[in-house]
Structures are given as structure tokens and as C-alpha cells.
Design a protein around this ligand. Structure first.
Ligand code: B1M
Length: 862
């Protein structure tokens, strides 16, 4: 489990959190519970930490007041039943370490050993680490009489390097089992010996990670803020953690329940913390400030500051931050608490937070308000504001999901006090993805938004045939039916479905949505087929607005009127003036006289792609954070500028990745084929065979450059044929079930984020495999090629997916299935020629340097 964690951290910028509250030295509560031998309650603290986000639990039972070895068995017995997270055994007594190790399941961590007494601790403890397969925290401490605990960055590195050599060479410990603690010193006690300690620790981490990249690093974060007021401590700890993480910190010992999110710290507070941590030269020092002279012309690097300057700078920043948090912070907190209760309740929803929510819901109930009135009153007012803010571009999809989570938590809590009959909803809608289509993510987003805005949603799932919809209509008596679909084919299936619903006498409004759909297609094709109003919803929020308008007697008629059919459906069309087929069999724009590159192999390859981080590095951030999670603007740029929204979104997605790391398995099947073109036909052959195994026929452009995909296959040269590659990749195994589970439990961000991650992992896997295919073809990308260049296909050749404008015929997917048998990697082809699971991509890859993306023109309009 620990290894999995570590693996998934390799490219992450968030450290694993180690809960620090089960420590008799650091937590008075834990100490008292241990003293009173309340083991049940004491072990509850561990469970709470894990619930609060800890990935590992640090346990320290070592004190002068008790016999640690008597306490270990009773406490660990309870602990291992309640907590499945790895345990960090925090004691200096080797016999206690060994005793605790006997209770730990899976991999444990020993905290800690060092060189303070020479190699004594190494000699005693490392053999235990070997015996129990544990990792070891190694403090940057040695025998130095003057300063055993390494303070400067250089000494931290030197002690780490010496320990590393001993541990790996003499004691045979693997680098992956070594976790260095570069040590933290308090920056706000006024002790001159510790000034600059925070910077040195950050830089120490950086040096250690550069010199010894395979080891991990760990820090006890809270020590840095010792001596400050509580509010200031939370901020300073969080800012310090942020910089340590950027320097490469892998594990952080923190109070997970009291960690302020870096992204939500106001800029001014961040500045105060940074000034203190980094001993920045003070700005705008008042002219009459007592030590004013010392605070002018201060060098930026604390090491270049004079001794008196250092002390004055440190005092100045301590005073500034302490003063701010003694006054301003208190005021702010008071203000929030002073808001009228209804406003506070609405605010929980708008801000997507649950901190204090249940207590305030109870206060509202105590006022005599019924649960239903609470939902329909202040909570719904909050959701309405969320909708308004989203439409005004002030909230992004990810934040709307957090608001929905707060709403779901409120409803879950209130439900226990509601009568069965108390389910007055705003309306009911049956939602489904149409026959042949596996598209789930868009429909589920619609479900979440509608449900948490008071609608009863019956989600029938994917690949739903008209008969099932009719059955659901008769059973649930909905006010509307919502249809979803990804592809043009699904838009056409909506026309058929609408006609079947009409045939069954259904007349309630239809709402339709999907990437390949348009308002025009809806009005001119689907609505005539249905004979009643069909509303096109470009996104989930539009779906909500339409439902609200349809359920409001004041606006209903107008909406129905606006979305009535125009024309008679099948007849209305797409009068496309089709130009005559050109009399050419090859585009003059595509060269035919190029040498045919060799391919390395011609057999079919089937692969599990085990390195998720490798695949994820090919994810296009614009797609994941922008299109799916709704971030507006240039995500990468804003992230680099430390935009709080970008950072928060990134960190939340990292959490989704951590979960996904446990089950997401990108798989690929691909093969190079010999190929020959004959006009618009492209024949594929088994090696050396005379007869093709399959022939694809592509449309040719009727105007412009008269391009056709088959032109990208070079004519045979000296009896040797050209080649192309075909592939199918997937990252969808197990995604639907897990996302559904998270949705049902009210973890909407996770639910949506997981589907978005899977989808973009499939696309990333396609990009990754395409690169590999180029390498196997003998023309690897130049080393300086960036991902951004890759995303805009600045490489040799291109890949084309059926359904896209150069090869719109989705039925050609059947050819791929015949040739590659992607069932072996778990991908099925539906009757609508879609790939199930949803997070799958297929493509044909050409090497021709003249390849370009083009459209063959109108191909069935939607
Ligand atoms: Co592909 N894809 N894709 N794709 N993809 C499209 C849809 C396409 C239009 C691109 C193009 O040609 N420019 C094209 C379809 C054209 C066609 O049909 N001929 C296409 C194709 C061809 C394909 C493949 C077939 C390619 C291939 O591999 N051969 C393949 C099919 C996948 C499969 O079979 N499983 C494929 C794969 C993929 C990815 C997996 C890589 C990825 C994810 C797809 C997905 O979202 N499930 C992907 C993506 C990202 C896209 C585009 C770029 C974006 C789709 C999107 O936004 N999804 C898309 C091009 C485009 O739109 N510019 C494209 C996010 C989702 C949340 O949005 O589903 O629209 P959406 O849901 C919205 C609204 O539509 C609305 O609310 C939702 C939430 O706001 N809504 C409703 C939806 N249903 C509603 C119901 C309601 C109300 C509102 O009722 C009340």
C-alpha cells in the first residue's frame, strides 16, 4: 500500500500526509486518554485523522510517565482494527519499535534513527527494518558536538549523504526505504539561532532530492510556527508546507484537521507568512519605527544579512503576523458567525463547505422550521445563487460540484427527520443515454445538477432503447424526459427514439444534450419526429434553467412554444449542395515519391500500460482542467502564477488521481499493416499476402485539395508495400462502477473527476502510443519536443479516428474490430459503433509527412 502511495506521488506535487495527533508528546488530548487508559477513544483519534485526510498515522506512546511497552499491545490492538492506513512507529527505543512492528499489517515506517551516537541506532534498528520490510525515517543528525542537528542546507545534505552511503552500502537498505528528515526549526520564537531555519529546510529538501532522487523526505511541519497565535500557525504551517512540497517533500507530518488550504489563504496572509519564513526584507517600514535603520537596505538572502539585521527582520515579521491574527482574523470569524442563520445556510452551499453545516441545520430545526422548508428555503436559495454565479462565469464546474456535495450532505442529514410523504420535489425527469451510446459523463453531470436543485431524477443509465424509456415513463410519470449522447449517430438515434415515444402517446417535453448535437438539429429533426417540444440543452446548467422554466406555470407555455418543431423532420434538411466527385484518384498535395520507412514488427501487440504517471504526463491540461472541470483561462499559465483556483483544482484532481492509481489500467492493442491504396480504397494485408485482409474506403474532398486518407499510403516500391498502424486504447475498466458509487455517496467532485480523468487518460494513452509507434517506425520525436507541440501534432505523420471529419464513417470501427480484436483489452463495440467503456479511443496512424487534418465535407448533419 505504501509503495502504491509512493508510486503515485512520483509526479505529484502533494505530499502524503502523516497524522500527528496520536502522539503523547504533541497532543494533550491523546496523552490524557492514554493516561486514563481509554484505548477505544485514543484509537478513535487515529481514525479521525484518516477520515480527515491522513494517509499514514504517526503513533508515539513514548513518555517518561508510562511504560511504553505495556501500552503498545493494548493500543495497537485497537488501532489496527480501526485504521488500514500504514503506521509510523514513533519512538527512539528499539525494543518498543520491534514490539510495535509485530502488530503492523502491511508496510510500516520506523521513526526514527540517526547518527547522533554514531552508527549505534543503525546497527540496532536496520535489521528490524529488514525483518519486517519496514521503511526508516533518518534524521539529519550526527555526532557533531556543537550542532548535532543539521541546520544549514549544506550540512543537511552532507549528513543525508553520509547516512545514505552507510545505509545502502553497509546495511543493505534499499534507497526506496529511506526517508530523510531534514529537520524543522521554529521561526517565530525570536531565538536568534533559529533565524533562517525555514529557508534552510526548504533548500535542504531540494538539495537532498537532487542528490539522492530515489529517497523520500519527511518533515514535522507544525514545529516551524511554534510560538505564534493559533490562527497564524495554521497559515504559516500551510505556506511552509507549500514551499517544502515544491522543493520535493514527499511526506508531511501535520494535524490534518487543522491545515488551512494554501489556495484559500488570502494574499495578504500569505505575504505575512512568506516574509517571516524567508526573512524577506521588510517593505514600507514606518519612518519612525524604532529599529528602522536596521530594516533598510536589507539583502534578500537571509545569509547575507548582518546578525543584528537578521534579528530585527525576524522581530518585525513576527510582530506583523502576530498582530494581524490577534485582530483581523478574529473579526473575520466573528463576522461570518454573525450572519443571519438563513444566510449562513445558503453560504454553506455557495461556498461548497460543510464546516459547521450540521450544527446550523440543527439550529434552524430548533427554530421550528421543517426539514422540507429548510431545503426549499435557504438551501435552495444557495443553489440558485450557485447557478447565477456559474452563468456569470464566477464559478467553475468543479466548484458547482462542491456546492452540490454540500447540498447532498444537508439533505442526507435532514432526511432522517422527514416523513416519507415529505418529498415534494420541483419535478421529476427520466434521464438516459440513447441506444448504442455509452456516454455517461455528460448525463451524470446533468443528474447531479438537477438532483441537487430539487428534482427527482430517474437515471436509466447508458445504451437505453426506446422501449425502456417508454416503460420508465409509465412507471415513474415524469414531467420531462432527458436524452443524452456523444456522437452524431446518437443524435440520429434521438430522432428515432423521439418518434417511438410519440408512437407510445408520450407528450411531455423532451430535453436533449450532447457534444455532437445542435439547437438547429434539435428543432429541425428531433422535434418534428416527436411532434411536441424538444429543448436543446448545451450544458447541465441550461438543462436546469429549462426544467425550472418548464415547471413554472408563468414561463412554461412560452418555453414550449419556443421549442416546438419547425418543419417536418426527416424532410427538413440539410440541403447540401454536393459537388461532383472529382476525376482524380490522388490529391496533388500529397507526395508519392518518398522512400518507404521500415517497420520494426508486424505482429499484433497487446499491452497493459503499467506506468500511470507516464501516461498522465500526456494529458492535455486544457482538456482535463478546462473542458471537463470547467477552469476558465489558460490553466497552465495560471497554475504557474499560483492562481488559488488553479492550485485548488489541481490539488483536488491529484486526490482523484491517487484513488484512480489503485485501479485505473490503461491498455492498448495495436498492429502495423502492409497497405496499398487504390483511389479511395485502402487495402490492408497480412505480411506478404496477395489478398487484403480488409479494405477501408474513405471519402474524398470534393473541393479544395481533394484530399482523401488513402493518399497518405505510398505506392509500392520494388515490390515492397508501405505500412500504417491501427490501435485501440482504453482506460475505462471499472470507472463507471466507481464513479457511480461516489455519486451515490454524494462525492460529486470525485465522481465527475474520475470519469474526466479516465477519459483524458484514454486520450493521453493514445498520444503516448502514437509516440511509441513513431519511434518504432524509426522517426522518434526530437528530444526538445514539448508536450504542447505534441498536443498540436507537430510531429511526423498524424492519427485519424473514425467519426472525425476526415473519416466520418463510424461503421468503419467494425473493420478495426475485425483486425485487432480489442475485446482482449476489454473494449466492446456497441450496435451504435461506440466503444464500451466510454474512455476508449481508436485510430489509424499514417507516417506520411504531408498528413494534415481536413474535413471531407458534410457528412450527416447534427
Ligand atoms: Co470524442 N468525439 N470521440 N472523445 N469528443 C466528439 C464528440 C466529436 C464531435 C469530435 C469531433 O469530431 N470534432 C466526435 C463525434 C463526431 C461524430 O459523432 N461523428 C468524436 C469522436 C468521433 C470520438 C470517437 C468515436 C473517436 C474514436 O476514437 N474513433 C471516440 C468515441 C468514444 C467511444 O466510443 N467510447 C471519442 C472519444 C473521445 C474521448 C474518450 C477521448 C473524449 C471523451 C468523450 C466524452 O466526453 N465522453 C472525447 C472528447 C473529449 C470529445 C470532445 C472534444 C468533447 C466532448 C465533451 O465535452 N465531453 C468532442 C468534440 C466537441 O464537443 N468539441 C468529441 C464532456 C461532457 C461533459 O460534455 O457530453 O457534451 P457533454 O455533456 C454536456 C452537454 O452536452 C449537456 O450537459 C452536459 C454537461 O454540461 N448534456 C445534456 C448532455 N446530455 C444532456 C442531457 C440533458 C441536458 C443536457 O437532458 C436534460
Amino acid at each position: 500500500m505504501l509503495c502504491q502511495f509512493f508510486k503515485s506521488r512520483l509526479r505529484s506535487t502533494r505530499p502524503l500526509l502523516v497524522g500527528e495527533r496520536t502522539n503523547v508528546i504533541g497532543s494533550r488530548l491523546f496523552k490524557n486518554l492514554v493516561a486514563e487508559e481509554k484505548w477505544e477513544e485514543a484509537s478513535e483519534i487515529a481514525r479521525r485523522q484518516v477520515k480527515g485526510g491522513a494517509h499514514i498515522v504517526d503513533v508515539c506512546l513514548q513518555s517518561t510517565e508510562r511504560d511504553e511497552k505495556k501500552d503498545i499491545p493494548v493500543f495497537y490492538e485497537k488501532l489496527i482494527r480501526k485504521v488500514k492506513a500504514p503506521v509510523m512507529i514513533d519512538t527512539t527505543d528499539p525494543t518498543a519499535i520491534e514490539l510495535a512492528l509485530t502488530y503492523c499489517q502491511g508496510k510500516a515506517i520506523i521513526n526514527s534513527i540517526n547518527l547522533e551516537d554514531g552508527e549505534e541506532k543503525f546497527e540496532r534498528v536496520v535489521p528490524m527494518a529488514h525483518d519486517y520490510g519496514a521503511a526508516v525515517v533518518v534524521g539529519c543528525i550526527d555526532e557533531d558536538k556543537l550542532q548535532a542537528q543539521a541546520f544549514t542546507r549544506e550540512r543537511k545534505l552532507a549528513v543525508a549523504q553520509r547516512s545514505y552511503e552507510l545505509l545502502t552500502e553497509k546495511y543493505g537498505l534499499g534507497p526506496e526505504d529511506i526517508i530523510f528528515d531534514p529537520l524543522v526549526f521554529p521561526c517565530a520564537t525570536g531565538d536568534e539561532n533559529y533565524i533562517g531555519g525555514a529557508v534552510e529546510t526548504v533548500e535542504g529538501i531540494r538539495l537532498i532530492k537532487q542528490a539522492l532522487p530515489e529517497v523520500r523526505t519527511i518533515l514535522g511541519i507544525s514545529n516551524v510556527s511554534f510560538g505564534l497565535p493559533a490562527g497564524a500557525r495554521e497559515v504559516v504551517n500551510s505556506v511552509f508546507l507549500y514551499y517544502c512540497t515544491k522543493a520535493g517533500l514527499d511526506l508531511a507530518i501535520v494535524n490534518t484537521e487543522k491545515l488551512e488550504r494554501f489556495a484559500s489563504i488570502p494574499q495578504h496572509e500569505r505575504d505575512l507568512a512568506e516574509n517571516l519564513l524567508f526573512s524577506h526584507p521588510p517593505k514600507d517600514v514606518p519612518a519612525d519605527f524604532s529599529q528602522g535603520e536596521l530594516l533598510r537596505n536589507v539583502p534578500a538572502d537571509w545569509r547575507e544579512q548582518k546578525k543584528e539585521q537578521r534579528a530585527a527582520v525576524n522581530q518585525y515579521h513576527i510582530a506583523a503576523i502576530a498582530e494581524y491574527f490577534r485582530t483581523a482574523k478574529k473579526k473575520e470569524k466573528k463576522l461570518a458567525a454573525d450572519l443571519p442563520l438563513d444566510e449562513r445556510l445558503a453560504n454553506y452551499i455557495i461556498e461548497g463547505t460543510r464546516d459547521g453545516l450540521i450544527a446550523d441545520l440543527e439550529r434552524k430545526r430548533a427554530e421550528g422550521t421543517s426539514p422540507l422548508d429548510i431545503i426549499n428555503g435557504p438551501l435552495m436559495a444557495g443553489m440558485a445563487e450557485v447557478g447565477r454565479l456559474f452563468n456569470a462565469n464566477e464559478l467553475i464546474v468543479a466548484e458547482v460540484l462542491q456546492s452540490a456535495e454540500a447540498m447532498k450532505a444537508s439533505v442526507n442529514h435532514l432526511e432522517q427527520f422527514m416523513e416519507k410523504a415529505d418529498t415534494a420535489k420541483r419535478g421529476k425527469i427520466v434521464l438516459a443515454t440513447v441506444k448504442g451510446d455509452v456516454h455517461d459523463i455528460g448525463k451524470n453531470l446533468v443528474e447531479i445538477i438537477l438532483k441537487n436543485n430539487g428534482y427527482d431524477v430517474v437515471n436509466l443509465g447508458i445504451k437505453v432503447p426506446p422501449e425502456e424509456l417508454i416503460k420508465a415513463y409509465l412507471q415513474h410519470h415524469p414531467d420531462a424526459i432527458g436524452l443524452s449522447g456523444l456522437l452524431v449517430k446518437s443524435a440520429q438515434q434521438m430522432v428515432i427514439t423521439a418518434s417511438d415515444l410519440r408512437g407510445a402517446g408520450i407528450e411531455i417535453p423532451l430535453l436533449v444534450g450532447g457534444a455532437a448535437l445542435s439547437a438547429r438539429f434539435t428543432q429541425t429533426k428531433i422535434a418534428p419526429s416527436y411532434g411536441k417540444a424538444v429543448c436543446y440543452a448545451k450544458d447541465a446548467m441550461t438543462g436546469l434553467r429549462l426544467m425550472n422554466q418548464l415547471m413554472d406555470p408563468a414561463t412554461r407555455e412560452q418555453v414550449l412554444h419556443e421549442h416546438a418543431a419547425s418543419g417536418d423532420g426527416f424532410a427538413v434538411a440539410t440541403t447540401v449542395v454536393v459537388a461532383e466527385l472529382p476525376k482524380i484518384t490522388r490529391s496533388p498535395k500529397v507526395r508519392a515519391d518518398l522512400p518507404i520507412p521500415k517497420v520494426a514488427y508486424l505482429d499484433r501487440k497487446v499491452r497493459l500500460v503499467p506506468d500511470l504517471n507516464e501516461v498522465w504526463s500526456y494529458i492535455n491540461p486544457f482538456m482535463l482542467y478546462g473542458r471537463h472541470m470547467g477552469f476558465r483561462g489558460d490553466f497552465e499559465k495560471r497554475f504557474a502564477q499560483r492562481d488559488p483556483k488553479a492550485i485548488e483544482l489541481f490539488e483536488s484532481m491529484e486526490e482523484v488521481k491517487r484513488d484512480a492509481g489503485e485501479f485505473l489500467k490503461p491498455r492498448a492493442v495495436w498492429q502495423f499493416f502492409e497497405a496499398e491504396a487504390d483511389g479511395e480504397a485502402m487495402h490492408l494485408f497480412a505480411p506478404g499476402a496477395a489478398e487484403p485482409v480488409h479494405t477501408f474506403r474513405f471519402p474524398r474532398q470534393r473541393v479544395g485539395d481533394f484530399l482523401c486518407l488513402s493518399d497518405y499510403v505510398l505506392p509500392p516500391q520494388n515490390g515492397k508495400r508501405d505500412h500504417l498502424a491501427i490501435f485501440v486504447v482504453t482506460a475505462g475498466e471499472g470507472v463507471r462502477e466507481r464513479s457511480e458509487k461516489a455519486k451515490n455517496e454524494g462525492y460529486y467532485f470525485k465522481s465527475h473527476g474520475m470519469q474526466a480523468l479516465a477519459i483524458e487518460s484514454a486520450e493521453a494513452c493514445a498520444e503516448w502510443l502514437h509516440r511509441r509507434i513513431r519511434e518504432d517506425w524509426g522517426f522518434p520525436d526530437p528530444p526538445e519536443m514539448t508536450m504542447a507541440q505534441r498536443f498540436t501534432s507537430r510531429y511526423r505523420g498524424k492519427r485519424y479516428s473514425f467519426g472525425y471529419p476526415a473519416c466520418p464513417n463510424l461503421e468503419d470501427q467494425a473493420g478495426i474490430w475485425k483486425l485487432l480484436r480489442p475485446e482482449e483489452i476489454g473494449v466492446q463495440l456497441t450496435e451504435g459503433f461506440m466503444m464500451d467503456p466510454e474512455a476508449s479511443v481508436s485510430a489509424v496512424v499514417f507516417h506520411h509527412p504531408d498528413c494534415t487534418y481536413f474535413s471531407v465535407g458534410d457528412v450527416g448533419e447534427a
